[in-house]
Design a protein around this ligand. Structure first.
Ligand code: GTP
Length: 598
């Protein structure tokens, strides 16, 4: 395809503002799919995505559109993930585009995540085509939303299209705007090959499929390739475009978007943001912006039934095939047995993985409390990184503990300012700035420790604002804090799986809550069992489980033998699901309950 006739664009939208519906409409208007195929939404194809109502992975599709000028254009829609956890992937998808459709719900208005992505797009030099969607809704306020867009993004009035992705209103105008407002790609066809990887997936027959935008040069089938960041070499086994199914082509020239079947075995070799070049005529410089994946949230995953350990190991390996941002390594816990320490991009990513393991692989899992990665300066001058509380050096060895801080942007109706301030400051957050978008909508900026953000902050924010506030965050820097490791001891033995790192000011409260709930959950033993929370050797909270001497058989009055046997069986079964900590048996449920307490 001639470069002049190519348009590469993404859709930026907040969850539920109508991205998928609009994408479907574009496919329908350009006859990229038949109506029968339309029954299913095409772009969101993972089950879990559909269910959670979010787009997890970026995808792409090519459409042919005959514009009013009589020329047929190749439009490449590159879909972007819609959640804070995946902002790096969004940035790489945007880097493959020359323009973006900004879709805003006419009843909901602009949200924080949308703003963050619009800024990414503007910074990347993309042309913005703004669409105020859902104008058919009775409570739509298109004029007001258009006004906000002009205010916040500096768009002109005539740059905003009013549309209804549902009824199809405005879709023609959107297609024309894509052709007229978004510039064609400007690559050099004669230069050495440089193609940007913006996504990938694993195909059991063809190996890793890389989704690429050819920036310079020409990509041909069977071309020897090199991935510049990972250094991997391979051949282009097959190249093609998504229409939306994979359709083979003989070459992809500068500006075109498509796929390469690489034959690689793991997506880790094919990182998002990496540059594909010709192994025999390599480009001198890779494309800018590559960043290796960096997990931010860590947790231990353990099978509830120890026998499922090999199944968990296999399942993680399978998921990893398709998810370069999932990292894991084996770990063992005295209390929970064998499991894996896993690193995730964020809490949502963690939930998705956990849910897929449980649902698709039928595993019963126990997750330890999520943790961030701390930087510990030891007295001997060395620095260690700790993402597992049980690896924290002893207090005597520590000079300073630093933790990651995040910059936070929250958008909300102004009536919730008070409650948001309260929530943020209760989580050690600091107010930075506030801007009114209009009379009743504000943008608030804060700084906050990442560790406070990952425990239930988003849900709290949503519930305190009746779902109206939206949130975006970015990692800012590492700061020294007064952090301590809180241990939980049962009968004098620390329970490693329950250790956590917390700010000194909340250690007492958290310790007290943990020992109280454990007291209720651990059954009485033949002796008194102290349950304590401690920092180093200093106990800060204590409860005692009083001894109980009762023979379970005593209530059977000797008579009924089968009943007696049943009771014994039941007791044995119960034991199987107990974990021994020192000489105390702790039921599995106690761990589950305590860990879900956070
Ligand atoms: P994610 O995939 O989660 O990012 O959401 P999305 O932005 O793709 O939203 P989606 O297209 O799934 O639309 C969300 C809901 O809004 C669906 O129930 C759509 O039917 C509805 N919707 C989308 N566009 C319109 C519209 O123009 N008018 C009305 N009334 N409803 C719409």
């Amino acid at each position: 395809v001639e470069q002049e006739r190519i348009r590469n664009f993404s859709i930026i939208a907040h969850i539920d503002h109508g991205k998928s519906t609009l994408a479907d409409r574009l496919l329908e208007y350009t006859h990229a799919v038949t109506e029968r195929e339309m029954v299913e939404q095409i772009l969101d194809s993972m089950d879990l995505e559909r269910e959670k109502g979010i787009t997890i992975k970026a995808r792409s599709v090519r459409m042919d559109y005959q514009a009013k000028d009589g020329i047929t254009y190749a439009l490449n829609l590159i879909d972007t993930p819609g959640h804070v956890d995946f902002s790096y992937e969004v940035s790489r998808s945007l880097a493959a585009c020359e323009g973006a459709l900004l879709v805003v719900d006419a009843a909901q208005g602009i949200e924080a995540q949308t703003m963050a992505n619009v800024h990414l797009a503007i910074d990347a030099g993309l042309a913005i085509v703004a669409v105020v969607n859902k104008i058919d809704l009775p409570n739509a306020q298109p004029e007001k939303v258009a006004h906000d867009l002009q205010q916040v993004i500096g768009l002109l009035e005539d740059e905003i299209i009013f549309a209804s992705a549902k009824s199809g209103l405005g879709v023609d105008e959107i297609l024309e705007a894509i052709v007229t407002k978004i510039p064609p790609p400007s690559g050099d066809r004669t230069a050495p090959l440089r193609a940007l990887i913006f996504d990938s997936h694993y195909d059991p027959y063809k190996g890793v499929i890389a989704y690429v935008k050819v920036v310079d040069g020409i990509l041909r089938e069977e071309q020897p390739l090199r991935l510049m960041a990972t250094g991997k070499e391979t051949d282009a086994l097959e190249i093609g475009v998504f229409r939306p199914t994979m359709t083979r082509v003989s070459e992809l020239g500068a500006g075109e978007v498509g796929y390469i079947a690489t034959g690689l075995k793991v997506v880790t070799d094919c990182q998002v943001g990496d540059t594909v070049t010709d192994a025999e005529r390599p480009a001198p410089e890779p494309l800018p912006g590559y960043r290796p994946v960096k997990p931010m949230v860590f947790a231990g995953l353990y099978p509830v039934d120890g026998e499922d350990y090999p199944a968990l190991r296999d399942a993680l390996a399978r998921l990893k095939l398709n998810d370069a941002s999932l990292v894991y390594e084996p770990e063992s816990s005295d209390a929970l047995g064998f499991g894996f320490r896993c690193g995730f991009l964020g809490l949502l990513h963690m939930e998705i993985i956990q849910e897929r393991l449980e649902r698709e692989y039928k595993l019963d899992l126990l997750a330890t409390a999520p943790s961030v990665e701390y930087e510990v300066l030891k007295r001997d001058g060395t620095v260690v990184h700790v993402d597992n509380p049980s690896d924290m050096p002893s207090p005597g060895e520590i000079e300073e503990i630093r933790e990651p801080w995040a910059s936070l942007t929250i958008m909300s109706p102004s009536r919730y300012i008070g409650t948001i301030m309260e929530l943020v400051t209760s989580r050690r957050g600091q107010f930075v700035d506030m801007t009114y978008l209009d009379e009743d909508r504000v943008q608030l900026s804060f700084e906050m420790p990442l560790a406070e953000l990952i425990v239930d902050f988003y849900d709290q924010l949503k519930s305190r604002t009746q779902g109206y506030a939206s949130l975006d965050y970015q990692l800012a820097d590492m700061r020294a804090s007064d952090l301590v490791k809180l241990d939980i001891l049962v009968n004098g033995q620390p329970v490693d799986a329950l250790s956590l790192i917390t700010h000194r000011s909340s250690a007492y409260e958290r310790g007290k809550a943990l020992v109280e709930s454990l007291r209720k959950l651990i059954p009485r033993q033949l002796f008194d069992v102290p349950v304590q929370a401690s920092i180093g050797s200093r106990v800060i909270a204590r409860e005692t489980i009083r001894a109980m001497r009762k023979n379970v058989l005593a209530k059977c009055y000797g008579g009924d033998v089968t009943r007696k046997r049943k009771l014994l069986e039941k007791q044995k079964e119960g034991k199987a699901r107990m974990k021994m900590v020192g000489s105390v048996e702790i039921p599995q449920e106690a761990f589950l309950a305590v860990l879900s307490l956070g």
